[in-house]
Design a protein around this ligand. Structure first.
Ligand code: MG
Length: 365
C-alpha cells in the first residue's frame, strides 16, 4: 500500500454551546481535515484543530506544514514501513505538532486497514469501551451549576470543571457544583494555567478542607513554570495533572522524574500523533504514572484516533474525549460510537471513519 497523495480540506461544525476556558472562547469547530490516498484505493483520515493559544498551530501553518514539508517527504512510501514514515514526519519540520498528528493518525488508520484490524487492536487492544468526562465551561456560578446538572441528567458521571480566571472564587464554583450534583459524581478541575503557584496551593487546600473530593487538578500554573508545578504537587494532597507542561516525551520524562506532577494528560495535538504518544505511555507505565487522554476542540476523526489509543493502553486510566459531545452536528459516517459518556470502539478496520460530509477541499498535495 503506497502513499500517493494527501487531500487537505476544512470542516466547520457549530458547537452546542460556546467553549470557554481561562485561555479562550470558541463557538465552532473549524479544523483542517486530510485524506491520504494510496495506490490500492484505500484512504486514511486525519484531523488537526488550529489551537494557536496552546500549540501555536494555525490553519495556515497546518496546511503549509503538510503541503510543503510532510507530504513531499512521505509520498511514495509503503504503509508497512510505519517506523520509516514516522521518522520522516517528525524530522522534516520541527514543532507543528497538530499537522504531524493529522498525518500520523491517517497513516495509523491505513496501517490498521492494511492489517485488516480495528486500530485499537493493532495498538494493544486492552478494552473496547471507554468512559469520557464532560467539560463544563467557565461561566457565572449559576450557569455552571445548571450545565453540571444537565450533564449528569445526560448520564455523565465525571465532570471536568474549567476554572482559573477568578482565584479563590473558583472554590465557590466547585463547592456549588459539588452541592448540586452530590457525592457520587467525580469532579476534575482544570485551571488551564490560570493560577500562580502559592495561590494554587491556597485554593486546592481550601477545596481539600471543604471535602470537595476532587479527582485531580489539571495544569494549575503556567506551562513553563516547572518549579511552580513542583511546588504545587509537593504541597497539596490532590493529584496534579500536567497538561500544557507536557508536549513531548522529553517533557514527560522531566515531569515524572523531577516530580512536576502526579499524572500526565496526553493529547495527540501536543505529541504530534499516536507514534510519540505511545512513547509517553511507555515512559509513564515504566514509572507507574497514570495518564489521561485528552483532546482539543476536535471532532470525530481526531477524537476517535485518541479513543483507539486509550482503548489500547492500560496506563491511560482517564479519558477526556468529549469533543464529539460538544459538536452540534456529526458530519462523519463510521467510527466508534459516542453515546453520552460511553465510547464504543468500532470493530471494522482502522479508525473506522468511512466518509466526511460537508468538507471544503482546497488542496491536493
Ligand atoms: Mg487541560
Amino acid at each position: 500500500m503506497i502513499i500517493r497523495n494527501i487531500k487537505i480540506g476544512e470542516i466547520h461544525i457549530p458547537l452546542v454551546t460556546p467553549f470557554k476556558t481561562a485561555l479562550r472562547t470558541v463557538e465552532a469547530v473549524e479544523n483542517i481535515v486530510i485524506q491520504i490516498e494510496t495506490d490500492t484505493g484505500e484512504t486514511g483520515f486525519g484531523e488537526a484543530p488550529p489551537t494557536a493559544v496552546i500549540t501555536g498551530d494555525t490553519k495556515g501553518s497546518i496546511v503549509t506544514a503538510i503541503r510543503d514539508f510532510i507530504a513531499p517527504s512521505i509520498k511514495g512510501m509503503d504503509i508497512e514501513n510505519l517506523d520509516g514514515i514516522m521518522k520522516k514526519v517528525h524530522s522534516c519540520i520541527v514543532k507543528n505538532t497538530s499537522a504531524k498528528a493529522a498525518v500520523d493518525m491517517a497513516i495509523y488508520d491505513l496501517y490498521a486497514k492494511n492489517l485488516k484490524k480495528p486500530l485499537y487492536k493493532v495498538l494493544g487492544g486492552c478494552r473496547n469501551t471507554i468512559e469520557t468526562d464532560l467539560t463544563i465551561s467557565v461561566n457565572p456560578i449559576d450557569e455552571m451549576v445548571a450545565d453540571s446538572i444537565k450533564a449528569v441528567e445526560q448520564g455523565f458521571s465525571i465532570l471536568k470543571i474549567k476554572v482559573g480566571k477568578e482565584g479563590m472564587k473558583d472554590v465557590e464554583r466547585i463547592e456549588a457544583i459539588r452541592n448540586a450534583v452530590g457525592k457520587e459524581i467525580l469532579l476534575r478541575v482544570d485551571a488551564n494555567q490560570g493560577w500562580q503557584a502559592k495561590e494554587a496551593v491556597r485554593i486546592i487546600r481550601c477545596m481539600e478542607d471543604k471535602n470537595l473530593s476532587i479527582d485531580l487538578v489539571e495544569q494549575p500554573v503556567a506551562a513553563h513554570d516547572f518549579h511552580g508545578m513542583q511546588y504545587v504537587t509537593a504541597n497539596v494532597g490532590t493529584p496534579i495533572l500536567a497538561d500544557e507542561s507536557v508536549f513531548s516525551v522529553e517533557d514527560a520524562i522531566k515531569i515524572i522524574t523531577e516530580h512536576g506532577a502526579d499524572l500526565i494528560n496526553i493529547k495527540l495535538m501536543k505529541t504530534g500523533g499516536i507514534h510519540e504518544a505511545l512513547k509517553i505511555c511507555a515512559v509513564a507505565d515504566t514509572y507507574h504514572v497514570e495518564c489521561m487522554i485528552g483532546c482539543m476542540l476536535e471532532s470525530k476523526i481526531a477524537v476517535s484516533a485518541a479513543a483507539h489509543l486509550a482503548a489500547a493502553r492500560g496506563v491511560i486510566t482517564r479519558a477526556d474525549l468529549d469533543g464529539p459531545s460538544l459538536c452540534l452536528t456529526d458530519p462523519y459516517i463510521g467510527g466508534p460510537t459516542y453515546q453520552g459518556p460511553g465510547i464504543r470502539m468500532n470493530e471494522d478496520y482502522g479508525i473506522g471513519i468511512k466518509e466526511m460530509k460537508d468538507v471544503k477541499y482546497f488542496l491536493q498535495s
